[in-house]
Write a protein that binds this ligand. Structure first.
Ligand code: SAM
Length: 212
């Protein structure tokens, strides 16, 4: 079985900029919200090759990514040289200096089993300033692939051995963010065109503030 790093390195080696160069729709939404709240610095865990970091850095934000894949980090340095990127795991982020006004995280939280999801969110809390903001997207239970593969935990399925995907209901997502003040949640239809077939993901997003 591949480790996470080997899996993602192979994916980026084989497919390059897997999701194209255009940022996620949700990144535009997050940016509007961040602007309203006068955010300056943004941390992006699971930043990939930088299609979302680039939107924020080109718009004047001070952006830092964390990414486990060496290949993705190398691609990101070319594609978005204005952002900093640290190679390592989002499950232990102490190697990234400082704290941030906001976190934007696209489709990385659902890649983990429960203990790791909770640890990841605790790490995120530790990286936010007081009243810092978090905007996350993740797979919802309305995704077409929901229920496929072996169920390894509640609403978590392995499409391939060792590769869990968690599907969030509204209540579940809110419960994961119980240490935050939740400001807004919703569904986002995210069109993608990779793997030979255009398709649309049905994601949930959550916008929340670090509780006092
Ligand atoms: C579904 S992709 C999304 C990539 C990026 N957010 C985007 O939209 O282009 C998930 C990303 O998380 C990264 N990743 C997976 N596990 C990780 C971990 N434990 N620590 C840091 N990054 C991780 C992967 O390498 C991949 O770049």
């Amino acid at each position: 079985m591949y480790s996470d790093k080997e899996f993602w390195d192979k994916r980026f080696d084989d497919e390059g900029k897997v999701w194209g160069e255009i940022p996620s729709k949700s990144a535009h939404h997050a940016m509007e919200l961040f602007r309203k709240h006068a955010v300056k610095s943004i941390l992006i865990p699971g930043s990939g090759y930088g299609r979302n970091t680039r939107l924020f850095s080109a718009s004047g934000f001070d952006v830092t990514g964390i990414e486990i894949s060496t290949t993705a980090c190398e691609l990101a340095k070319q594609f978005d040289p204005a952002s900093k990127v640290y190679e390592g795991s989002v499950l232990e982020m102490s190697f990234v200096p400082g704290t941030f006004d906001a976190i934007y995280c696209f489709n990385t939280l659902h890649l983990f089993c429960e203990n790791d999801r909770r640890q990841f969110l605790q790490e995120c809390l530790g990286k936010l300033v007081e009243a810092g903001l978090a905007f996350f997207t993740a797979f919802s239970e309305e995704e077409p692939s929901f229920g496929q593969g072996r169920e390894v935990e509640s609403n978590t399925y392995e499409s391939r051995p060792g590769r869990p995907t968690h599907y969030f209901t509204e209540d579940d997502l809110r419960e994961h963010f119980r240490d935050f003040e939740i400001i807004e949640t919703g569904i986002v239809h995210e069109p993608e065109d990779h793997g030979g077939q255009p398709h649309t993901h049905i994601l949930r997003y959550i916008f929340a503030e670090k509780a006092a």
